[in-house]
Design a protein. Sequence first.
Length: 276
Amino acid sequence: MDINMLNKKAVEVRIGIIEAIHNAGSGHPGGSLSSADITTALYFDIMNIDPKNPGMKGRDKCIFSKGHAGPAQLAAMALRGYFPIGEFTGTLRRIDSRFQGHPNIKIPGIEMSTGSLGQGFSAAGGMAMANKLDNDPGKIFAVLGDGELQEGLVWEAAMSAAHYKLDNLIAIVDHNGLQIDGRNDDVMTVNPIGEKFESFGWNYTVIDGHDMIAIHDALTMAKESKGKPMCIVAETIKGKGVSFMENQAGWHGKAPDDEQYARAMAELNAAKAALK
């Protein structure tokens, strides 16, 4: 594990997110930026994957149940070598592009088309159960948004995973406290997240979702967990890495204009340069 490399890759993921969404003129930067560190750790540190053989047997799988944050996953995958970064940043959301606004299963390495909140988590549970039946060692990582926890489908999937002892399923909740309509606590509180998963029969831990060492340690522990599925509650900042987007619900689903793009890129390039 090279922490400096991972932190630098996370900045590059954020650069890819901003560039792609700006070029598209639409998208969801806030939740993509908040989940960038988690996504970087998964693709560059934790998961057993091979970009040259995305369908290999025994691979780990990442399901972005919060599909609107797909740009984080796509940026990380591009930098990891699944497809050219320029194709992603230059064609996201275009009518003739394979890169839709949400993850698209037609892209090599994307395991599930997502966007309808809660559905991706349920599919991840199904994949985990299939791996158990097939004696497949691959782990299933499901990235959820905190507002997504307001969906009843999430808790049906959580109950099922605990019942079937799917200890190969790891849920990561990107808890940035904001959703499209404002603060979670104002719309419909989702707290206490960890304790709710525990009451459904899960193990859980709470971490700083921007601390790469904490992310690594939690994901490593989760991969070794036995008997129960594991939930990692990652405390994050919506819009992380771009100062004027941070903790602003308005950046949930809005593309930066040219001036905002220039400001964001200047900040991110400076952050990258500061990492030796």
